[in-house]
Design a protein. Structure first.
Length: 192
């Protein structure tokens, strides 16, 4: 049976992490968040973590080869997974191309991109709220939040066209109750 590999997409604050928690339960998938993996490296004070932290604290993307290497390791260490939710990855065209190639090595592919759409003022409000409890320095400063949104617009948003060309793009309104958005996502996935 082919695997269910989903790219959960959207700007910072769109609700990717929240919805991933629900989707991994419902569909039995493994959650791969490059942001979480990087924060794990920072917490363990690895060399990679220390280098990544400098960029993350400025709201800038870390180099492609760093996150591609992390994803490659995780795919290799979970050969029997029913599928994966990619959260916060890919974020550049080079990452999307690398992901396609890594999956193709196992005769596998991305099933769909689910793109959550949320307006910029709502994103800023949500991120500042999250900053009060997340302890994430990049959620606590409006200039850094603006920098992250600008990285998203310049480097990441073009990936919608990348997956649209493959007929895999599904856009989903990311404003509403958590539950209503979960339901819409589930419906889209069930139709795949
Ligand atoms: P996130 O938890 O997805 O909001 O990511 C937090 C930060 O980690 C981002 O602002 C980037 O600095 C870095 N990061 C996470 N995922 C990636 C990625 N796929 N490519 C480059 N940088 C990333």
């Amino acid at each position: 049976m082919s695997k269910l590999n989903l790219v959960l997409f959207g700007p910072p604050g769109a609700g990717k992490g929240t919805q991933s928690t629900f989707l991994i339960e419902k569909f039995g998938l493994i959650h791969l968040s490059t942001g979480d993996l990087l924060r794990g490296e920072i917490a363990s004070k690895t060399e990679l973590g220390l280098k990544a932290k400098e960029l993350m604290d400025q709201g800038k993307l870390v180099p492609d080869e760093v996150v591609i290497g992390m994803i490659k390791n995780k795919l290799a260490s979970n050969p029997d997974a029913k599928g994966f939710i990619f959260d916060g990855f890919p974020r550049t065209t080079a990452q999307a191309e690398a992901l396609d190639a890594l999956l193709a090595d196992n005769n596998d592919s991305i099933s769909a991109m689910l793109a959550l759409e949320v307006g910029v003022e709502e994103l800023k409000k949500r991120l500042l709220e999250r900053g009060k409890v997340s302890g994430r320095p990049d959620d606590q400063n409006l200039d850094i939040i603006a920098q992250r949104i600008s990285e998203y617009n310049n480097k990441t948003a073009p990936l919608k066209a990348f997956y649209e060309k493959q007929n895999k793009l599904h856009t989903i309104e990311g404003v509403g109750t958590v539950e209503s958005i979960s339901n819409t996502l589930s419906e889209s996935i069930s139709k795949l």
